[in-house]
Ligand binder design. Sequence first.
Ligand code: NAI
Ligand code: MG
Length: 789
Amino acid sequence: MNKIAEIFDSLDYGPAPEGPDQAIAWLDSRGRRFGHFIDGQWTAPGKTFSADNPATGASLAEITDGTPEDVDAAVKAARAAFKSWSALSGYERGKYLYAIARMVQKHSRLFAVLETMDNGKPIRESRDADIPLVARHFYHHAGWATHLAREFPGHEPYGVCGQIIPWNFPLLMLAWKIAPALAAGNTVVLKPAEFTSLTALLFAEICERIGLPKGVVNIVTGEGDTGAAIVNHPDIDKIAFTGSTEVGKLIRAATAGSGKGLSLELGGKSPYLVFEDADLDSAVEGLVEAIWFNQGQVCCAGSRLLVQESIEEKFIAKVRRRMASLRVGDPLDKSIDIGAMVAPVQVERIRDLMKKGIAEGAHVYEPDGPLPAQGCFLKPALVTNVSPANTLVAEEIFGPVLVAMSFRTPEEAVALANNTRYGLAATLWSENINLALDIAPRLKAGVIWINGTNQFDAAVGFGGYKESGFGREGGREGMAAYLKPSWEKTLKASSPSAAPAKAGAANPLDAAQIDQTAKMYIGGKQARPDSGYSRPVFGPKGELVGEVGEGNRKDIRNAVEAARAASGWATTSAHARAQILYFLAENLDYRRDEFAARIKAQTGRNGAEEVARAVERLFAFAGWADKYDGAVHNAPLRAIAAAMVEPLGVLGIVAPEANPLLGAVALLAPAIAMGNSVVLVPSARAPLSMTDFYQVLETSDMPSGVVNIVTGDGEALAKTLAEHDGVDGLWFMGSAAGSVMVEKASVGNLKQTWTSRGLAYDLSDERFAGDYFLARATQVKNVWVPYGA
Ligand code: NAI
Ligand code: MG
């Protein structure tokens, strides 16, 4: 046979290497030694470490390990640049972002090759996915910069943003961080991951070449302690982090109470559901993309295959066959599917996890065929015979390892899919649109892909639920994450509330003279405190005006359980929720005299005005219930992304001491309008307004468990709420010290918190009748649906 006929016969791949020469020439031109990029200058290299090519083990360059002094210099430069950068018009800033996008495109191949050499990912991916998305991100945000004042009136940038990124998508994560930050008018100090700093340094050259004002972008290289120096720097206003959940939790604890903005994009263990009516061949191709894209080093990797039992055997056979045709090898080869893992330590980590999983009973399939003799290569692996408790099912592996399990019914599929502490993404395949659109809303994850996977776009938000972090990148919500209301900076410290009116002056037993006993309200029922203790409530002159239960951990746990059981509220129609809020307003108004008298008894103030404002607030959020909703994004793909606004779930609310009725209602109303169920801790000094309120709840058709009221010491109960993994979000109005405590204690399940940090938020202000708390009561889920041509 002649050669051509032979090739046709075997259909074997020949090598199609991409040349590294230009990337090497660039490294040589820099002497293969790099300092930091600070204030528009390159610093002299300090103590360095090697940037390696994981496919060959060769050193590509020496990189400086940033010191706290380096970080400080970068923060100072960013601070100095902030004033003039944020004062530029949006159009001016937009032009810089546009210039960056252009430069990335003009040098796209250089970036792609350098990325592949430094990270080990196939050139096909860096060339066709990473770098085009980088350019797209800067283009998109050039537009946001231009329209910022119009679209986000009354908002301003944070100031200096510290940004810490991982190694799996080095330049893309840089773009996700820098583009919105700059568009909003912030300046940045960014630290690339230690394994992959080179494209960030090439990016710094682009900033130089387009004449970006000095200090606007500062790149400091280094390891974890350099990152920690950024996190702990007192003059940084916001931290944006992408990386492991473990480090994300450290950062949450380190920034607690600092007032720094924080967004965390963390790990995942995303389910990939295949129903029996799916287009199986497409689902197999999707799966290849889901778990073997970037060697599985993807935060949203579809690493947990859940396949319906009736097609399990058939589907798994197809997957195995496809795995055998995946080519592992030189990432610069254009026809390679799976490149190198980022570093030897990651290969070790994955091997250890596999050993553990196998010891726990897992079976592992890997296709035959050779691996390159050297370099950080792993074969694609399929793991079966596992229970949900197996390490390989529970832990994020961050490698080319797919874990397969089966399900019988859609119910079981949802339960298995959600059985994880993570909630970043989920994929589902079905040809039945009814089934797909029924399942998608029930999956607890920030991104859902229907009949597709790993779709990304700058116009579509990305980010997680649960321990996958909080905050979104991309889309309007991603822009909002780099802005804050201008009025916030004018808040003063709240004046310490006057000493409790002679607490203890009266004999608690005098309460026996008061005929009414205010109980707690849990699961739609009045409940006695578990402690068996009551706390007296005093009027302005120290007179006893009533008693309430002294709530404890057990009461909070009961209330959380009741709130979780009321999750049907989240899917009650917005119209129906609005009706109930209107009804609450109506019934509160009907009893206004009684509520006003109660306020007067507790505070000495005439309460009529406060009751009127509380009624108005309920009315306002009844109006919002069916209006604060999502969007449909038109990504440049054959799909739309429906940005759905979803409630957080169970929200703990610790209401302010002042304004015992309005303060609580101002927080409660937006929370329930959006479908959250709530555990409310009313003012400790004047709790009777809210214990009266359950009678309003009872007469307004409010389903039981949606609003639970636990009286007692605000800070003690806040701590229990913060530590409770069944609580998804916590709002705390109280002291600065209490706010630090709440944020620190929330690390366990990374619940979203809002704290007043001891500042004088006046909740009676009109500004709180809008989206301020609506945004904090919700998270956006983006559901990608194939659509159009
Ligand atoms: P990592 O979370 O330690 O690294 C991410 C970034 O954080 C790097 O820039 C690192 O220098 C920095 N960093 C490390 N410690 C820090 C600290 N205390 N304060 C501030 N910054 C710090 O992740 P690592 O160790 O590289 O990878 C370990 C595992 O983490 C992976 O196997 C994977 O499971 C997970 N991971 C998940 C990522 C995701 O996108 N979800 C990305 C990277 C890792
Ligand atoms: Mg490297």
